[in-house]
Ligand binder design. Structure first.
Ligand SMILES: Nc1nc2c(c(=O)[nH]1)N[C@H]1C(S)=C(S)[C@@H](COP(=O)(O)OP(=O)(O)OC[C@H]3O[C@@H](n4cnc5c(=O)[nH]c(N)nc54)[C@H](O)[C@@H]3O)O[C@H]1N2
Ligand SMILES: Nc1nc2c(c(=O)[nH]1)N[C@H]1C(S)=C(S)[C@@H](COP(=O)(O)OP(=O)(O)OC[C@H]3O[C@@H](n4cnc5c(=O)[nH]c(N)nc54)[C@H](O)[C@@H]3O)O[C@H]1N2
Ligand code: SF4
Ligand SMILES: [Mo]
Length: 743
């Protein structure tokens, strides 16, 4: 028997905690936290439910282990095993033929959260010539990346430090459920100091329960709240006058803009007491060092998302809580090879950039918007990753599949994502996927998307592949480590798929690395160390540098890499693209007799993670069901009781949930997202119960109603109604049927 112990990392979320694996005859028999690497605390790792699922995840009988080719009509979930070479030859052949007929833009890709390394996909797409990648960036991450880059010249990292931070605001973020590691620990440590903690969330989450300062605004009204706080801070002269004079651009215009947002008016819009708004403004502005963290609560409120982010940026600007310890940090560009140099957007011809869907109406999330921003960030020699910030507006991509307008999209590769569950408008996506000539799923487990595919390719996951997290090249940090074992069966890394496809599509000179590890070695070598040496600590994180705007200025550069060289309270770039240069609150449709309630979707819950891990027994919580949450008053007014099956209906569709009564804003409903039922038939039309309790039956990303700045859609604040479920819906949710046929 061969025994060995090796370092490796958990890959069941992007923290990539350091582990040690004991291996006998190339089988992992034991996994332990490795206290010598991140998070340097075995207790944190042992406290994470998903850590204990790693071996089930690796060895699960339902894992996809071989390339599969569809052997009956699309959606029948009937498969034939083929070789990798056959799969890659056939896929590349089909892609090249579709490209010759319809142009490279006929290929789209769909990606999700950072489950894997996406630069190989982006590199392939740039070389192939397609601008059409569908991501989730518009409603996760991009709003703050864009806004901070417009306002400060580069993204910020927020800090919560028990010693230095004197006031912390958690705005639309709930780390008690969404974070298994460092951030939640930091919040708890800060809380123990007794310094003010303010939580802004329509629901009384476990995070909100940490503090007496819980503000529950009406969903989607956060931009008005930010402007109300600015109103008080400016009117009461609580802002950092000297800092504003030296470093802020457009203070007078901002001052004028917030005149209309008196606490009394903002109280009416947000449903918060005016006294509370005044109190929070005073607490934040007088703290000296204060920080604001934000999450999906404010990324997913459509047109008001960019506005609240701009409002928060202005709050940080006028109080001087920028570029200083305990508040926020102007992050750096990586010293190692950054994402932008790996994705190679420079190779996507201008004529193909022109074909990005929606560019005529979208102001920033386009190649034009990206190039405009880059002109300024380059003042500090910095460049953001391009593909995330130029991803296509998804609704236009699904429609181009169905309607061939403005041109046909006939092929899609899905990688690290489940668009049918996680993108808006699930029914439309279901139809779009069924209409394709070629659908390829790079997956670990069968799901509603693999059921509709032509080819399913088996991906290597946690413990089987090396991992390196680089925050997409917006900060000078990198962490990761090696795989514990070679991938089981015929599983391979996403990198291998894109490289092999690239080689077959005439991209040979751009894929010099034989495998993923060789590409990681190339990246780490730019830091002067081999990948093997990097894996010893698994971390590259030079100490943070503060007050950089001053050192830039001392070097004769602008302090901030913006058009004015200052913090742009008044954004010259937004002005230039025809958008409001100052933050504002955009009034939204109000509840009506038909749809009297407001819906928010997707408040996170442990241990679930979107649509992932639904096969794992070790993560099943006894009695866990998809829930719709309302306040006691709302339940009473509707005559509904806890535990009852209810149907939530919006103008876009319906879905069924179990009612849960919690302390939250009245007349608001929160539904879980990510639910499907692997034990139900995976074949069409059920697709594993994909349309039963799916939050995204209830949402839309319709281009016409999307926000013109990023093409954003709304997951939070949708008009809805709630009623007891009909008998038929009760039967569907309880159905238990056999699944996959493997011929
Ligand atoms: N367990 C678990 N953890 C996860 C994930 C998961 O699926 N499961 N997903 C990961 C991903 S992809 C992400 S992006 C992060 C997200 O991490 P978070 O942002 O912390 O997570 P959410 O629960 O989506 O949203 C935060 C809060 O916003 C509130 N909210 C909703 N609408 C509004 C509004 O209009 N205004 C305000 N102020 N608040 C509002 C919700 O009630 C919710 O409590 O979590 C990551 N972590
Ligand atoms: N209504 C509503 N919709 C939402 C949200 C919401 O709050 N409300 N949140 C949004 C947010 S913030 C996000 S980030 C998205 C999340 O959207 P997704 O990232 O699409 O979420 P998952 O359902 O986790 O799908 C990830 C898939 O990747 C697969 N996978 C895991 N590792 C690998 C790998 O290494 N390679 C490959 N090829 N595949 C892998 C998993 O098996 C899984 O099927 O959802 C968004 N959708
Ligand atoms: S799932 Fe848990 S153990 Fe794994 S990386 Fe994330 S926090 Fe760490
Ligand atoms: Mo996300």
């Amino acid at each position: 028997m061969q025994h060995r112990t090796t370092k490796t990392n958990c890959r069941l979320c992007s923290y990539l905690c350091g582990l040690e694996a004991r291996i006998v005859d190339e089988q992992i028999v034991e996994l332990h936290p490795d206290p010598s690497r991140y998070p340097y605390d075995a207790g944190i790792v042992n406290g994470c439910a998903r850590f204990h699922s790693n071996l089930e995840f690796l060895n699960h009988p339902k894992r996809i282990n071989y390339p599969l080719k569809r052997s009956a009509e699309r959606g029948a979930n009937s498969w034939r095993r083929i070789s990798w070479d056959q799969a890659l030859d056939e896929i590349s052949d089909k892609l090249l033929r579709l490209k010759a007929r319809f142009g490279a833009e006929t290929l789209a890709t769909a990606i999700g959260g950072p489950h894997t390394t996406f630069w190989p996909l982006h590199r392939f797409m740039n070389l192939f010539g397609s601008p059409n990648n569908v991501g989730i960036g518009q409603i996760c991450w991009n709003p703050s990346i864009w806004v901070n880059s417009l306002t400060f010249g580069w993204p910020l990292e927020n800090e919560i430090d028990p010693e230095k931070t004197e006031c912390a605001i958690l705005w639309g973020v709930n780390p008690s459920e969404s974070d298994n590691s460092l951030f939640w620990r930091q919040v708890l440590a800060y809380r123990r100091t007794g310094k003010p903690l303010i939580v802004i969330d329509p629901r009384e989450t476990r995070t909100a329960r940490l503090t007496e300062h819980w503000l529950a605004p009406i969903p989607g009204t956060d931009a008005a709240l930010a402007l109300g706080l600015l109103h008080v801070i400016i009117n009461e002269n609580l802002y950092a006058q000297q800092f504003v004079d030296s470093w802020c651009h457009g203070f007078d215009q901002l001052k004028q803009q917030v005149v209309d947002y008196s606490p009394e008016r903002v109280a009416q819009v947000t449903g918060l007491p005016a006294a509370k708004i005044i109190q929070v403004a005073r607490t934040y502005a007088s703290a000296g060092t204060a920080s604001i963290f934000h999450g999906r609560g404010i990324d997913q409120i459509g047109a008001n998302s960019i506005q609240v982010h701009r409002g928060i940026a202005c709050l940080k600007g006028v109080t001087g809580n920028v570029d200083r310890p305990g508040a926020s940090l102007l992050s750096d560009m990586p010293e190692y090879i950054p994402e932008i140099d790996l994705e190679r957007t420079d190779l996507l011809p201008a004529s193909q950039r022109e074909k990005q869907l929606g560019r005529e109406r979208i102001q920033l999330q386009t190649y034009t918007g990206y190039e405009l921003l880059t002109r300024y960030t380059l003042q500090h020699g910095k460049q953001l990753p391009a593909r995330y910030l130029t991803s296509a507006q998804p609704n236009l991509v699904w429609r181009a599949m169905l309607e061939s307008r403005p041109y046909p999209i006939r092929a899609l590769v899905v990688s690290g994502s489940n668009p049918l569950i996680c993108q808006a408008d699930s029914q439309l996506i279901g139809q779009a996927l069924q209409s394709l000539d070629l659908l390829v799923a790079l997956e670990l487990f069968p799901n509603s998307v693999t059921s509709l595919a032509d080819y399913i390719l088996p991906m290597a996951g946690s413990l089987e592949r090396p991992v390196l997290q680089t925050n997409a090249g917006v900060a000078n940090i990198a962490y990761g480590g090696p795989q514990a074992i070679v991938p089981l069966f015929e599983r391979r890394c996403d990198f291998d798929f894109w490289r092999e496809l690239g080689l077959r599509c005439g991209q040979k000179e751009y894929w010099p690395w034989d495998d993923f590890t060789a590409s990681l070695d190339h990246i780490s070598t730019s830091l002067g160390i081999s990948w093997e040496n990097f894996c010893e600590t698994g971390l590259y994180a030079p100490p943070p540098q503060y007050h950089k705007h001053q050192s830039y200025q001392a070097d004769g550069q602008p302090g901030f890499a913006t058009p004015s060289g200052k913090i742009e309270l008044y954004s010259e770039i937004l002005n230039q693209v025809g958008s409001s240069p100052l933050p504002f609150h955009q009034p939204q449709a109000e509840p009506s007799a038909e749809f009297p309630l407001l819906l928010i979707t997707g408040g996170r819950k442990q241990p679930h993670w979107a649509s992932s891990f639904r096969w794992l027994k070790s993560l099943e919580k006894p009695g866990a069901v998809p829930e719709a949450e309302v306040s006691p008053t709302t339940a009473k007014a509707l005559g509904l009781a806890e535990g009852q099956l209810v149907t939530v209906a919006t103008p876009h569709g319906e879905a069924t949930f179990t009612l849960k009564i919690i302390n939250m804003k009245d007349n608001v409903v929160n539904v879980d997202y990510g639910w499907w039922f692997p034990q139900q038939s995976l074949a069409a039309p059920e697709l594993g119960g994909a349309f039963v309790a799916n939050a995204n039956n209830l949402t839309t990303a319709a281009f016409e109603s999307a926000d013109p700045i990023l093409g954003q859609w709304t997951y939070n604040r949708i008009l809805c109604r709630l009623a007891p479920a009909l008998a038929a819906e009760q039967a569907t949710i309880n159905a238990d049927q056999p699944e996959q046929v493997l011929a």
